[in-house]
Write a protein that binds this ligand. Structure first.
Ligand code: KG4
Ligand code: ZN
Length: 349
């Protein structure tokens, strides 16, 4: 650590439908991590309802933060700083964690720093693999984002490519609806795909024939909708047909990620890729990326599953790094719904 004053940082994350709090020691070691999921709140609606998300966050924020502190065995007075997700995400959700974090920092008289959610996701790689040193390629695959970054030695995060329309997690969620698999969609599609034949439908691998490193997932989602219609609609599909379509979609969606990551590594002459975000929990993606990495000689880093989906440990770790570098935010720190990483001070690297 550059600055040994930040032994214990409390992180708070509430950008979407998880309220999470965690305590990190010396920027690297997770001493407590609590995640309160709202899956049951949103399940009846088949997707996240922003108003319900913020209300549940209001109910959970103090309890989840107190739980993280209790699990850490620390007194609040031992905390050295607060890191809180400021965006991107649902503003109503973000504001709950942000206001709470600022209030706690004010009360304890310690600094608070806002963290970009994707910088947090990128940090989950180094958090789970402390020996991972930049430069490397970072692939963020979440519900809202699909992007490749060059993580530089100096902590820079240069965008190499990103989605032009839907994020890959969003495609998983929409395909889950098309196949009647329920909410949350990503894990449901993945589970259904396990018993399916991934070669049953030859779905397009979008953008692969194009130059550059961008992604596009809206065409693939439409191709799944057309395939369901071609087979007579969802009601006409047997369980094994649903499994085949799910497996074929999953193969197309994840193949693109593997091939784009490989292309980025070659272009940047780098030898390691870290795959982070909720979709990094996908089993097929983890297996395929590892297989191709072994075959083609690059290192593949996946955080453990609980650090792939939204959590506060990654926010605390990213925030600790910002605090060490002297970054501070005032109590006027506001939430933002969108902003590229580069426009916000970056804790990655
Ligand atoms: O990072 P995350 O928890 O929240 C955002 O920042 O968006 O990512 C959530 C996304 C959702 O779209 C969810 O369906 C997807 O990650 N996801 C998965 C899996 N687990 C979560 N997608 C595919 N396979 C999974 N096992
Ligand atoms: Zn996320």
């Amino acid at each position: 650590m550059d600055d040994p004053r930040f032994h214990y940082v409390l992180g708070i994350e509430s950008s979407c439908d998880e309220m999470a709090a965690a305590v990190i020691r010396d920027g690297r070691e997770i001493v407590a991590s609590v995640v309160h999921s709202q899956v049951e709140v949103h399940r009846p609606y088949g997707g996240v309802v922003p108003e319900l998300a913020s209300r549940d966050h209001v109910r959970a924020v103090a309890r989840v933060s107190e739980q993280a502190l209790a699990d850490s065995g620390l007194e609040a007075s031992q905390l050295d700083g607060i890191a809180v997700t400021a965006g991107p995400g649902l503003v109503g959700s973000l504001l709950v964690g942000l206001s709470f974090g600022k209030a706690v920092a004010f009360q304890l008289g310690i600094p608070v720093v806002g963290v970009h959610h994707l910088v947090g996701h990128l940090m989950s790689a180094e958090l789970s693999r402390p020996d991972l040193a930049p430069p490397y390629v970072g692939l963020v695959v979440s519900g809202g984002h699909t992007a490749l970054y060059r993580i530089g030695r100096d902590g820079s995060t240069d965008v190499l490519g990103e989605t032009r329309d839907d994020a890959v997690g969003e495609a998983f969620d929409k395909v889950a609806v098309l196949l009647g698999l329920g909410f949350p969609g990503g894990p449901a599609v993945s589970r259904a795909a396990e018993s399916g034949d991934a070669t049953a439908v030859d779905f397009p691998r979008p953008m692969l024939k194009r130059p550059g490193l961008d992604f596009s997932y809206s065409g693939l989602k439409t191709a799944v909708a057309i395939e369901v219609e071609r087979r007579g609609g969802l009601a006409a599909l047997s369980g094994s047909q649903v499994a085949d379509v799910a497996a074929s979609f999953e193969a197309a969606a994840t193949d693109v990620l593997v091939l784009r990551a490989r292309k980025a590594l070659r272009q940047e002459k780098l030898a390691a890729v870290a795959v982070v975000g909720g979709v990094a929990a996908n089993r097929r993606l983890r297996e395929e990326m590892a297989r191709v990495g072994q075959r083609d000689g690059f290192e593949v880093v996946f955080p453990p599953l609980d650090l792939c989906t939204d959590n506060a440990a990654m926010i605390a770790a990213a925030g600790a790094r910002l605090l060490e570098r002297g970054q501070r935010d005032g109590l006027d720190l506001n939430a933002f719904s969108r902003a590229p990483i580069s426009s916000v001070a970056s804790g990655a690297g």
